[in-house]
Design a protein around this ligand. Structure first.
Ligand code: GCW
Length: 684
């Protein structure tokens, strides 16, 4: 139903009587031993959830001699009476919590103890999730401590209401250059975010255009504060993307030189003003000197100069600067074979390691290019050792099917997080770098581009809710498996019918591979329509300025990024990975064309030639989409018609897209190579 689509994984459907009886013992009574705005949110959520799953609970503020759910922060004195040992929380992160089943004065009791009130809220959501999952509650002994300290989402919303790379309607925050003030929707969004542990949110596009530059003025700050007020109740800190050249655009200064005294003073005053409106304001996100955005390069200053200037202004308030490393030459000449866009982030930022203030956090995309279906990891992870940084993923499916095609990205993100950089020897995984532990970073974590909009179901394709959910769950606990996350999402979103659960879980888990099968092959990327980035256009970017080429000709295809006779990009990794990728013998098949230019008859490790692999995967990809559609149709009776039809419509678009990709790619490579398909299938 529409309701189910809207509430995503917080539907709280009525439980069947057998399980209801089991939960009833605990759920009659809620006891809140502490009080705060955030605990109020936990209370509302538990009351709402339990009321709709079972029946309305009674709510109290003092211990009762009855079965109950009791909630508190860990320093609460009354916990002694309950005999709960909370010392495990001493050394855990501020967002940690425990959930324990105990006996209190001979009564069954579930205790949810947060290190702070945020932990109480996370614990409340956790308990509700256990109930949605039909788990037994009799012997709970849960200790949760988030893997990452910063767990963020970045919006690319513009104030005209559009969303850059948005595939699910318009902004929930803005319309026609005004704030919408839809408090109910924003609150429901905050609930979704905090239920999966997100604690930081930036609410406008990193490309800060004319009107949005004014978000930090007294005219607009009250409306930003209104959003921050809602987010605060759910433990979420609000950030803004700012225009690096604000001093010129709105400050009446002739320059944005970071070493200019007036520029520095302007930001100091401006920041003070922001904190008068939003006392717990998070700070700024900055895209500078990238894709025509202004930045310190104009004044011959470094990115450290630029970032530190803003960091100084924010420092007295504990504010942070997220400074993006997506800096490259977007006006490249395609004839220039020396410049390699993949090298850019490392070349710009590695030399600056250690020069940034402590409240600057560099923000690095997972790969060196731009959220392609398959890329190696950014070599900056492991290279930066003295600078705080976060990893940036893209939940929005810009290059992975735009929420028409199904592409569950958790498996991709896991590959990134589990990648061994070898920075400090074997086992220096990316997840252990971005969680701050390897290099003892003050600030660290993960951020991502949002995939939500004002569509009724938030994400366009209802199945794309799994990426939103999965992102939060994974960055909270980077050891969860893709299977666990997919299974959990399907059950709490579509219920527990065996066929539904197993069919949709399998679809999710295979969908990335399927998408890869029918799109750009073997890690080469791009080959999409310029501009909107949906559908095939093999040479769409081949003679353009963007640095995204594949160099296919009648002999072969792929980008030579080796040390000997390529761009030398491979040298940006630690030796183990440099040699892994540099040698054509050891380079993994799925990244072969990212690193090497090879003849079409080059033999892959799979035993197939490159050309035959291209044909085979593209025929297979379309068949796999057809198969998913068949399987989805078999679920018609078990899924409400609104969501059934929403997904079926998207699958039909995906099939059209996959066929177009298959035929364009196969035809292109057949015509360029002149090599026949071994199975003589139809190629045009
Ligand atoms: O992926 C590219 C997108 C741009 C985006 C840019 C960035 C917000 O195509 O739309 O701009 O990356 O990350 O800054």
């Amino acid at each position: 139903t529409l309701e189910a689509a809207y509430h995503c994984w917080l539907q709280y459907n009525k439980l069947d009587s057998s399980i209801e009886e089991h939960y009833q013992t605990y759920c009659e009574t809620l006891v809140f031993l502490d009080h705060s705005q955030i605990i109020q949110a936990a209370k509302e959520e538990l009351v709402q959830g339990i009321t709709s799953m079972i029946h309305p609970p009674s709510v109290h503020a003092v211990p009762l001699e009855k079965p109950s759910i009791v909630l508190a922060t860990y320093e609460n004195n009354q916990l002694k009476d309950y005999g709960i040992n909370t010392t495990v929380l001493d050394h855990l992160q501020e967002d940690s919590y425990l959930i324990q089943t105990i006996t209190y004065k001979n009564h069954h009791t579930i205790a949810i103890i947060g290190k702070q009130d945020k932990g109480v809220l996370y614990g409340a959501f956790h308990l509700l999730r256990l109930m949605q999952m039909r788990e037994n509650l009799n012997e709970l002994a849960i200790i949760e401590n988030p893997s990452n300290q910063i767990r963020m989402i970045n919006h690319w919303d513009n104030m005209d209401g559009s969303i850059e790379r948005g595939y699910s309607g318009d902004s929930i925050f803005y319309k026609d250059y005004e704030f919408i003030h839809d408090i109910k929707r924003i609150k429901d969004y905050a609930r979704l975010l905090s239920s999966i542990g997100i604690n930081s949110l930036s609410i406008n596009n990193v490309n800060v255009h004319k009107v949005e530059t004014n978000l930090i003025t007294k005219e607009m700050l009250p409306s930003v504060a209104e959003i921050a007020d809602i987010m605060r109740c759910y433990g979420i800190t609000t950030y803004l993307s700012v225009n690096y050249a604000s001093t010129i655009e709105i400050g009446n200064l002739p320059t944005a030189d970071p070493l200019d005294k007036d520029v520095q003073q302007w930001w100091i005053e401006k920041t003070k003003e922001i904190y008068q409106h939003i006392p717990d304001f998070g700070g700024f996100i900055v895209k500078a000197d990238s894709e025509h955005r202004p930045g310190p390069f104009t004044y011959n200053r470094t990115h450290a100069d630029g970032a530190n200037m803003l960091a100084k202004a924010l420092e007295p308030f504990g504010g942070l600067v997220f400074w993006r490393c997506f800096v490259y030459n977007c006006l490249q000449d395609w004839r220039d074979r020396k410049t390699d866009r993949a090298r850019a982030a490392y070349d710009h930022f590695k030399p600056l390691d250690g020069e940034f203030m402590d409240n600057v956090i560099l923000q690095i995309k997972n790969g060196p290019m731009d959220f392609q279906v398959r890329e190696p990891v950014s070599p900056l992870f492991g290279a930066l050792q003295n600078t705080n940084h976060v990893l940036e993923f893209q939940v929005a499916q810009e290059y992975t099917g735009q929420q028409k095609d199904l592409c569950f990205l958790v498996p991709q993100w896991k590959e990134v997080l589990d990648f061994d950089t070898h920075a400090k020897g074997e086992g220096t995984t990316i997840k252990s770098i971005v969680d701050g532990s390897q290099f003892d970073l003050t600030y660290s974590g993960i951020t991502a581009v949002s995939n939500i909009g004002n569509d009724m179901n938030w994400t366009g394709n209802t199945l794309a809710q799994a990426n939103f959910f999965g992102y939060g769950r994974l960055i909270w606990n980077t050891d969860l498996t893709s299977e666990e996350i997919a299974n959990e999402w399907v059950r709490i979103t579509f219920g527990h019918d065996d066929e539904v659960v197993s069919t949709i879980t399998k679809m999710l888990l295979h969908s990335w591979e399927i998408y890869e099968n029918y799109t750009a092959p073997l890690g080469v990327g791009w080959m999409i329509n310029p501009g909107h980035h949906y559908g095939p256009n093999i040479e769409g970017y081949e003679y353009s300025l963007w640095g995204t080429y594949h160099f296919s000709d009648c002999f072969g295809t792929g980008v030579n990024r080796t040390i000997k006779d390529g761009t030398g990009y491979t040298s940006q990794y630690y030796p183990e990975n440099t040699s892994l990728y540099d040698s054509i013998e050891t380079c993994p098949d799925n990244l072969l064309l990212f690193f090497h230019h090879v003849p079409y008859r080059h033999q892959l490790k799979s035993g197939k030639t490159v050309i035959q692999h291209i044909y085979d995967t593209h025929f297979l990809g379309v068949e796999q989409v057809q198969d998913m559609i068949q399987k989805w149709k078999q679920l018609e009776q078990n899924i409400d018609s609104y969501r059934y039809k929403n997904v079926l419509d998207r699958f039909n678009m995906q099939l059209e897209n996959a066929i177009e990709w298959r035929d364009c790619i196969n035809t292109y490579f057949f015509r360029h190579s002149g090599i026949q398909d071994e199975h003589s299938r139809l190629i045009y």
